[in-house]
Ligand binder design. Sequence first.
Ligand code: GRF
Length: 211
Amino acid sequence: MSLKKLKVVVLISGSGSNLQAFIDRAEELNIIIKAVVSNVEGAYGLERAKNSGISAITLPHGNFASREDFDIALAKEIDKHQSDLIILAGFMRILSADFVQQFTDKIINIHPSLLPKYKGLNTHQRAIDAKDEFHGASVHLVTAELDDGPVIIQGKLPIQTNDTAESLQQRIHTLEHQIYPQAVKWISSGAIQIKKGKIIETKLLDRLVTI
Ligand code: GRF
């Protein structure tokens, strides 16, 4: 029996290299990317979408009077696509509690740290400054708290003595392109289920990838 393709909308603000990983592996992941929405005009990820024939929508947040107004417009856009899953891939906007509630159990994000460490920005530099042995990335369910929802999968790698924030960020990106599609594959295949804010494994999974 073939599973129905998962309909996804990807939200971006920038380069969209994680988006590209989903575009490249959509078939294998059993997803269909219905639309890409950016809150930043000219974000390169929009080009990536267009190049693959995916509907690319710009919703500049500056055009809205408040966060709530922007989120209402964003929700309307997402609703048009009846998506099963909303993938935040470098989407640099805090979502209002109302938005998150409207799409409970349907929004996932990738954050470049080994959560719960280093929520927020500049995670690579913070990990270097703290002389951490390891750094990584986490795919998590989005809740009303920033970078706080339950973790689906983490990727971890050693920080090298000569690492700069840039070199570390580059290696973390490569790791992100492995773990984010993996998380989506688990969702689309039913290997994990998300219910009432909880991640439920339906079979034993290796949820920590170390490279
Ligand atoms: C990634 O580092 C991700 O962890 C963070 O934003 C960045 C997006 O990169 N949330 P890209 O736009 O997918 O290249």
